[in-house]
Design a protein around this ligand. Structure first.
Ligand SMILES: Nc1ncnc2c1ncn2[C@@H]1O[C@H](COP(=O)(O)OP(=O)(O)OP(=O)(O)O)[C@@H](O)[C@H]1O
Ligand SMILES: [Mg+2]
Length: 420
């Protein structure tokens, strides 16, 4: 059975690394309220028409009037196509999934190219799950495992129960919990003074942060301080979870076996994850559709950005056309710096297509053109980038110096304290 609650552990495994350091100076499209582009804003210089066109697309996506459509950003090399796509993602905000890939990434020795494309499609479709759960929430004031003699007669002791004391602004409660929950508490590295919540039905533990009564005066803290929860310890809480369909696929692709010794051995020998099949995806879709009908979840179509789309071959283009027809498709943004060129994988060597895309895909694309820069613009772009890079270096040096100074002060105080 497909489960949504399993996703939390897997979320990090499916997130992609961002490799966009060349565009760190881009902060958005730099548009006014009316949607007109300021000549120099958001890290952008010029390329006014393309930025305004991207602004309209952002508005359409935000008002959920655009999904399953494809956009092509076309223009000569280094005219800001990738920068525009990143600016679109920044304008959409962190809650809308944005999955950037390069065309050539789809070819792999391990995974079928079409399966790889589908995986990225599903990374770009989000699901916001809202659930009202019965929880125990508060600041941990007691955490004592109760040990007993091992029933199997060996020397070690086993944990029988764990006593957890939780405090809120309204009162406190002491809970006697199962040893399984003690493992979850250890996994989340919960200590006294942390604010946590424990789901009553599943027993899963979530560490919210450290109680702000424990905040110190040092600004060199990696901790997140949270206020003492209001209300009772035992209450109903609305929990919002943002996941992508790919997260759900990964969470449900574990080989499932029985509890007997043979199947447990089998699980040890098998690789940890099975391949995500179309059947599994269909199963996940079914459950997701049910959750949407019940009003528990909401679909958040995101953006799949495929850079250098001319690297895709005919098979991938055919698959892309089919995937775009699906009712839960994301917005697909393509980019190409090729003019008339051969479509990869096509039989006819002489036949060329615009931007390396087959004509049937071109017909359904909305094309945004980027124009080559004149000399002054190039100078300005280089200057902005250098300025940004310089400020970044100064901030890094400043932070390092601050860390060193604080360590030095701490070291001095510590040795003085020991001498006393
Ligand atoms: N209008 C602009 N304003 C500010 N910086 C820009 C602008 N256009 C491009 N840049 C910067 O110039 C560099 C090259 O741009 P980018 O990689 O977006 O070009 P591209 O069109 O994607 O090129 P390619 O076709 O080679 O992929 C990047 O660092 C980008 O941030
Ligand atoms: Mg590019």
């Amino acid at each position: 059975m497909v489960q949504i609650s399993e996703v939390k552990d897997e979320q990090q495994s499916s997130s992609r690394e961002s490799r966009t350091s060349a565009h760190t100076h881009i902060k958005g499209l730099g548009l006014t309220e009316q949607g007109t582009a300021k000549p120099m804003e958001g890290g952008f210089i010029g390329q006014v028409e393309a930025r305004e066109a991207c602004g309209i697309i952002v508005d359409l996506i935000k008002s959920k009037k655009m999904s399953g459509k494809a956009i092509l950003i076309a223009g000569p090399p280094a005219t800001g196509k990738t920068a525009l796509a990143l600016a679109i993602s920044q304008e959409l905000g962190p809650k809308v999934p944005f999955c950037p890939i390069v065309g050539s990434e789809l070819y792999s020795a391990e995974l079928k190219k079409t399966s790889n494309l589908m995986e990225n499609f599903r990374r770009a479709i989000g699901l916001r799950i809202k659930e009202t759960k019965e929880v125990y929430e508060g600041e941990v004031i007691e955490l004592t495992p109760e040990e007993t003699e091992n029933p199997l007669g060996s020397y070690g002791k086993t944990i029988n129960h764990v006593i957890v004391g939780l405090k809120t602004a309204k009162g406190s409660k002491t809970l006697r919990l199962d040893p399984i929950i003690y493992e979850s508490l250890q996994k989340e590295r919960v200590t006294i003074g942390d604010v946590i919540y424990i789901e009553a039905n599943t027993g899963s533990v979530k560490r919210v942060g450290r109680s702000d009564t424990f905040a110190t005066e040092f600004d060199l803290e990696a901790e997140e301080y949270v206020p003492l929860p209001k209300g009772e310890v035992h209450k109903k809480k609305e929990i919002v979870q943002d996941v992508t369909l790919h997260d759900l696929d990964v969470a449900n692709s574990r080989p499932q076996g029985g509890q007997d010794v043979l199947s447990m051995m089998g699980q040890l020998l098998k690789p940890k994850k099975t391949e995500i099949t179309d059947k599994l995806r269909a199963e996940v879709n079914k459950v997701v559709a049910k959750y949407i009908d019940q009003g528990v979840a909401e679909l958040v179509p995101g953006v799949l950005f495929i850079d250098e789309v001319n690297m895709l071959d005919l098979e991938l283009f055919t698959y892309l056309n089919r995937a775009l027809e699906s009712p839960i498709a994301p917005i697909v943004v393509l980019a190409s710096n090729r003019g008339l060129t051969k479509v990869r994988g096509s039989d006819d060597d002489d036949k060329k297509a615009p931007h390396g895309c087959p004509p049937d895909l071109i017909d359904r694309l909305l094309i945004i053109r980027t124009l080559p820069y004149v000399g002054r613009c190039i100078g300005e772009i280089i200057r902005t980038w250098c300025q940004y890079f310089f400020t970044l270096c100064v901030t890094i040096i400043d932070t390092c110096w601050g860390v060193e100074y604080q360590c030095w002060t701490f070291g001095n105080n510590y040795s003085r304290h020991r001498r006393m």
